[in-house]
Design a protein around this ligand. Structure first.
Ligand code: IMP
Length: 430
């Protein structure tokens, strides 16, 4: 049984906690896309870890963690993360596996990210400024530098020289020198060498031995380069298909798909957010939910749960079940709104429109549900949730079209409800 864990909204759904929670049932956790733009927050033993590049499974002894070919790796960020983990007594040792085909994020990608954003003016994406987009541009433009290139000094020097010159022409200065960068990269390569391998072979062998793999998605479905709110998206396939291309595993290797959705909606950066709130209710969700970017600290935009977007994620990813997070953030609200469809001109849309020009004309159609006054925080059994909270979860199941197998009621691992009879339980037992 291999399960993909996918963000069903615009990222920051709480995937870090869910992956961490399920990890003891797997032997391998594999990241397949994105880079250190991600910020997976895990609270373990009273310590708050924010993992950006290394799969969250690293917090569990014995679990092997894979960075696939679909990931873009900033070697400086990677070693910084390894050092931070070491400060907490977590050694990656031989548990880390990195694809030789993963592309590198180099300092010029960060410069170009900032330059691209400045050029877009009002239409800026609001990227994390980590160089993600430019690194993927180089990959698709067939001039990228891959992890495996770090071991060939002569050709590496040539590639870096060409790319740095191109960067200097674009940025309009010659501040970046290629020779020191090559030296720096060769040293990084030597440190990385023991972890670098053909990930497709590694995973095929693991599966042959009967080991279980969790595919850890980063960002969310609506940030997918193809299926998200283009151009206000990240530059990779965060939907389930990315797991196959980003790791070199066949589609049948993904035997279960769990979507993670917040009990409301957030987004960080530009682009449409149909249920966006302003004023005191937005503040209330932001402060109670601590909705500030785990990577950049930016305040997140907040809105009501949007069943249209989650239904879309169910379709695109074939979600079997949802993990609903941060239910406790809604504690104490007298009533809660849920978007069931969009009104666009005279039309009522129940399918998420792929074109943001259409989406930006849409207004949410809301259903109002009663809130609950008794706190849900820390509750671990579904029957113990206030009746209104149970009804809220059940209504989201109906509207989203899939059962909610997990409800998260707080940031600690233990603050979690596993629904009885859910498919998630059968995955974990199998
Ligand atoms: P980039 O991935 O840095 O290029 O940013 C593109 C868009 O994706 C921006 O709107 C970012 O805020 C958003 N984004 C990237 N990574 C994350 C994430 O991990 N959580 C939420 N939003 C993200």
């Amino acid at each position: 049984m291999n399960v993909a864990v996918i963000g069903a909204q615009w990222g920051d759904e709480g995937k870090g906690k869910i992956v961490d929670l399920l990890t003891p049932h797997f032997q391998v956790v594999a990241r397949y896309q994105g880079g250190h733009n991600a910020g997976h927050t895990v609270l373990a033993g009273g310590t708050r870890f924010v993992l950006h590049l290394i799969p969250s499974g690293i917090l569990h002894p014995g679990i092997r963690c894979v960075i696939g070919n679909g990931v873009v790796v900033d070697p400086d960020a990677l070693f910084q993360e390894i050092e931070t983990l070491a400060e907490y007594g977590i050694e990656v040792d031989d548990r880390l596996v990195i694809s030789d085909k993963a592309h590198l994020i180099l300092p010029y990608h960060r410069d170009l990210d900032l330059l691209n954003e400045a050029r877009r003016g009002d239409r800026k994406i609001g990227t994390t400024s980590r160089g993600i987009g430019p690194a993927y541009e180089d990959k698709v433009g067939r001039r990228g530098i891959r992890v495996g290139d770090l071991f060939e000094a002569t050709s590496l020097a040539e590639q870096v020289r060409e790319n740095v010159h191109a960067r200097n022409r674009l940025v309009g200065d010659s501040a970046l020198e290629w020779r020191p960068l090559v030296e720096h990269l060769l040293a990084h390569g030597e440190r990385m060498r023991p972890w670098v391998t053909d990930v497709s072979v590694f995973l095929a062998e693991a599966m042959k031995r009967g080991e279980r793999i969790m595919f850890e998605g980063a960002q969310g479905t609506l940030l997918d380069i193809d299926h998200g709110t283009y151009p206000y998206v990240t530059s990779s396939n965060s939907t389930v298909g990315g797991a196959c291309t980003g790791l070199g595993v066949p589609p049948r290797a993904v035997t279960g798909v769990l979507g993670v959705a917040k009990a409301y909606t957030t987004r960080v950066g530009g682009g449409p957010l149909p249920t966006e709130l302003t004023g005191p209710m937005a503040e209330r969700l932001r402060e109670t939910g601590q909705e500030y970017g785990a990577s950049t600290g930016r305040p997140r935009r907040c809105g009501w749960y949007d069943a249209v977007t989650v239904r879309y994620s169910v379709r695109v990813n074939g979600l079997d079940s949802l993990a609903l997070t941060k239910l406790d953030v809604l504690d104490g609200l007298p009533q809660i709104l849920v978007c069931t469809a969009y009104k666009c001109g005279d039309q009522v849309l129940t399918e998420f429109p792929g074109d943001i020009r259409v989406l930006s004309t849409c207004r949410p159609i809301y259903e109002t549900l009663p809130g609950w006054s008794r706190p849900t925080r820390g509750i671990r059994r579904f029957e113990e949730l206030p009746a209104e909270a149970q009804a809220y979860v059940r209504r989201l199941e109906e509207l989203s079209g899939v059962p909610v197998g997990i409800v998260s009621t707080g940031s600690e691992r233990e603050d979690t409800v596993f629904r009885e009879g859910s498919i998630v339980g059968s995955w974990l037992e199998a």
